[in-house]
Design a binder for this molecule. Structure first.
Ligand SMILES: [Cu+2]
Length: 91
């Protein structure tokens, strides 16, 4: 009984931690690039707290609770905007 409770508590605390992504993007040059990438990531309806950095050439976002964002979906969204996701980090 006690172990079940501990497991449940553990599972709940894991769920509370949103999966954070950091994506290296090639080809960005200006603010329009930032907007296009943000828009396409938003359109997946699986990303939230999206922030795209032109300086770092990176897109940061969190996975929407209950949704699963695959590498292929990220690459496709970035490609739709006109850029290339060269590396995807999950944190
Ligand atoms: Cu641009």
């Amino acid at each position: 009984m006690k172990i079940t409770f501990i497991l449940l508590t553990l599972m709940m605390s894991f769920q509370a931690l949103a999966l954070r992504f950091e994506v290296d993007v090639a080809g960005m040059t200006c603010g329009m690039c930032v907007e296009a990438i943000t828009k396409e990531l938003k359109a997946t309806e699986k990303a939230e707290k999206i922030s795209v950095s032109l300086e770092n050439r990176k897109a940061y976002f969190e996975e929407v609770k209950g949704k699963k964002m695959s590498d292929a979906e990220i690459k496709s969204a970035i490609k739709k905007a006109g850029y290339e996701a060269t590396k995807i980090h999950r944190k």
